[in-house]
Ligand binder design. Structure first.
Ligand code: FAD
Length: 340
């Protein structure tokens, strides 16, 4: 059981900055995210786009903002459970909350903060009969550890950046890599398309277009796929892994069953004070919450994190007086010139 003071569901910009605000109050934090990397929408949807409304940064790439946030919170040593979706919330008799992920990892804390944004990003699955029987038995929708593909036969399906980037990367890892796309044209960056074409010409990548994977084979574990090309006979290809990369779509998902008041797919909170939900001790901040006048912006999430942490401090330390100090006065552990 992972124990912490504040358990944060969602490691987007809001969840990451919560670590900083909690750290200033000497509260320990742990983050859970369904994605294999932190940053939420900034990392998953638009890492290379510039943002212009982060105070103090006239222009910053979304991916760089995440890198900066990760650096800013590093001194507080937050824990991370990445690549796992928070599935259930349970309240124990002593008011401790236990959050369990889809992989069975358990986390206990007196405070839970939901910073789940648009929800957890769920992979778009191809409509292949029985695909769920092979999930984690040769079929993966997200690449968490590329090393598992070393010296294996891999087929990737998709036509976007993610499919192209992974084909290029795995060309030097897998023993055989095949890219299947239902069109001849790719949606990804032109230089990635050219690189894949180059690898094909060198015999390092098999490229099959326009085609689709239509059947999966194997007793328990995946051992082959059927590739159907328009107007041609189907091909049966021996593979160890099939990775469909058709993008991710966000869903509020299991959080919707936690007994929280939901309005228009977002969690209702008390914005007159501390962004607490209808369950005392459970807060919701960032894009995932709703209240009158809500702005779904990164800076709203940062502000809500600061207020919410002050309230959490009072819940954890009832009656204890906290005097807010500017970081210019208190310093931040781990940074130059700070007090250790
Ligand atoms: P998110 O970034 O959505 O992160 C939430 C995280 O929670 C995700 O990583 C998700 O996987 C995780 N999660 C959810 N449910 C679970 C669960 N059950 N278990 C585990 N993990 C879970 N905002 C601006 O301020 N300025 C801009 O210029 C701007 N441009 C944008 C451009 C685009 C293309 C898009 C899509 C958005 C833009 N935004 C912009 C909006 C901004 O990205 C969001 O306001 C911000 O990402 C919200 O941060 P968050 O941390 O609240 O949520």
């Amino acid at each position: 059981m992972i124990q912490t003071d504040i358990l944060i569901v969602g490691a987007g910009p809001t969840g990451l900055f919560t670590v900083f605000e909690a750290g200033l109050l000497k509260l320990k934090t742990h983050l859970i995210d369904a994605l294999p990397q932190p940053g939420g929408q900034c990392s998953e949807i638009y890492p290379k786009k510039p943002i212009y409304d982060i105070p103090g940064f006239p222009e910053i790439l979304a991916g760089d903002l995440v890198k900066n946030l990760v650096k800013q919170i590093a001194p507080f040593e937050p824990g991370f459970t990445l690549g796992e979706r928070a599935e259930t919330l349970e309240r124990l008799e002593d008011d401790t909350f236990v959050v369990t992920t889809n992989k069975g990892t358990k986390h206990a804390a007196p405070i839970v903060v939901i910073a789940g944004g648009l929800g957890s990003f769920e992979p778009r699955k191809p409509p292949i009969k029985g695909i769920e029987n092979y999930e984690d038995k040769g079929v993966e929708y997200i690449i968490r550890d590329p090393e598992i593909y070393r010296n294996k036969k891999v087929v990737i399906a998709g036509g976007g950046d993610s499919a192209l980037d992974w084909v290029i990367f795995l060309a030097n890892v897998a023993s055989e890599i095949t890219l299947v796309h239902r069109r001849n044209e790719f949606r990804g960056a032109l230089d990635s398309v050219e690189k894949v074409q180059e690898l094909k010409n060198l015999g390092k990548v098999n490229l099959i277009t326009p085609a689709e994977i239509t059947e999966l084979h194997g007793e328990g574990q995946l051992s082959g796929v059927t590739i159907t090309k328009k107007g041609e006979e189907s091909i049966l290809l021996e593979v160890d892994h099939f990775i469909p990369l058709f993008g991710l779509s966000p869903k509020l998902g299991p959080i919707g069953n936690w007994g929280l008041e939901i309005e228009k797919n977002a969690i209702k909170v008390d914005n007159s004070y501390d962004y607490q939900t209808n369950i005392p001790g459970v807060y919701a901040i960032g894009d995932v919450n709703t209240y009158k006048g809500k702005l779904k912006l990164i800076l709203s999430g940062f502000h809500e994190a600061a207020i919410m942490c002050q309230s959490a401090y009072q819940r954890i330390n009832p009656g204890k007086k906290y005097v807010m100090k500017y970081t210019t006065v208190s310093g931040v552990e781990g940074f130059d010139g700070s007090k250790k």
